[in-house]
Design a protein around this ligand. Structure first.
Ligand code: MRU
Length: 350
């Protein structure tokens, strides 16, 4: 399995996703600040991966702390958590992971400093393992929704590279292929950061899964020609009513899918579901730098000084979503009921 991220004695090790597919290089972040930078600069990206990266960043920061008592450690965890929270605002997994690490801290705060540090490292490692297990469970549920043969369109990268391994949307594809389904993936290139062309194609080809990269503006034509039997994407945050924030361009794909009567599926771990966010309108959308749009491969492709919009995500209203696949099962409309039914008892807040 591709090692997207990994806890090591030296720090948190990442495959550098800004360099793929041309170069397969790994970087080790030796401080929580470096982990924060890796998240912000998208060395590591994808909602579940940045969640676990955040947890490992906190564990690393606390492990290196010189604090002598748990009250000082608590202040440090708050400050480290804030630094990491300030990196990217949309994927709720980041905030879920920070909260879980703080809760872990509180549960062991009475122990010795060394025991607290060890507990936080173990918690981050546990989250890593749970993420892979969740993806495998999602794969088992979601594979039943995939066509027995034909094209499946995906947008961005919701694969092993976006998680601790196996993937969410691509985990579903992997499980379906393993079950004998003859799936051919169409990967939207995903302007402007090209996660589809660079990352989805790279990891699916490594697994021998048939993949065709298309420019984003080709999806409608492919659907009209009958080449796409289903769409499956990941998510960065799913609101309580089933509205889905995902990579910019997902909304357009969902509308096109509905027009062509093609099912549009979302696969995401429970850590992406945010029952405290009531609708998609409340989801903060990250704005990234104009250079991602005006430049391509280091070359300028738009005039100097042109106005640019570069939202990293959009929101797909729940009416376009055929089903949401989680490790806890499959939710269908009305999502405000089905998501609550799937939720663990401890998180039902509304
Ligand atoms: O900006 P990115 O590359 O972090 O955006 C990633 C996505 O939008 C993914 O589809 C989403 O995080 C789900 S990953 C399993």
């Amino acid at each position: 399995m591709i090692k997207t991220l990994e806890w090591t004695p030296e720090g948190v090790r990442f495959i550098d996703q800004t360099k793929l597919p041309a170069e397969e290089v790994y970087v080790t972040c030796r401080s929580y600040q470096e982990v924060g930078r890796a998240i912000r600069e998208m060395v590591v990206r994808g909602a579940p991966a940045i969640g676990v990266a955040a947890a490992m960043g906190i564990a690393l920061g606390i492990k290196q702390s010189r604090a002598k008592d748990s009250q000082s450690l608590r202040l440090e965890i708050d400050q480290i958590g804030q630094t990491i929270a300030d990196t990217r605002p949309t994927a709720v997994n980041l905030f879920w992971a920070i909260r879980r690490m703080k809760e872990k801290f509180e549960s062991v705060a009475g122990q010795s400093i060394e025991q607290i540090k060890a507990a936080l490292v173990r918690e981050a490692q546990q989250m890593y393992l749970e993420d892979i297990a969740a993806n495998e469970a999602m794969g088992r549920h979601g594979a039943t929704l995939m066509p027995s043969a034909g094209g499946v369109l995906t947008h961005c990268n919701a694969g092993a590279l976006a998680t601790c391994g196996y993937g969410t949307a691509l985990g579903v594809v992997r499980a379906a292929v393993d079950a004998g389904k003859k799936i051919h993936v169409f990967a939207d290139e995903t302007r402007p950061f090209l996660q589809g062309a660079r990352l989805t194609a790279w990891e699916l080809m490594k697994d021998g899964i048939q993949t065709t990269v298309i420019a984003d503006n080709m999806a409608g034509a492919m659907m009209r020609q009958g080449k796409i039997k289903a769409v499956i994407v990941g998510a960065d945050r799913i609101a309580a009513n089933g509205d889905v924030a995902n990579k910019i361009g997902t909304y357009g794909v969902a509308v096109l899918a509905k027009e062509h009567s093609i099912p549009f599926y979302v696969a995401a771990p429970w850590s992406t579901v945010d029952l405290n966010t009531h609708t998609g309108d409340e989801i903060p959308i990250e704005q990234r730098s104009p250079e991602e749009v005006t430049h391509h491969g280091g070359k300028q492709i738009a005039p100097d000084g042109v106005l640019v919009e570069n939202p990293a995500f959009d929101v797909t209203p729940n009416k376009y979503v055929t089903a949401i696949v989680t490790e806890r099962g499959i939710a269908r409309a009305p999502y405000s009921e089905s998501l609550k039914e799937l939720a663990p008892a401890s998180v039902v807040s509304a």
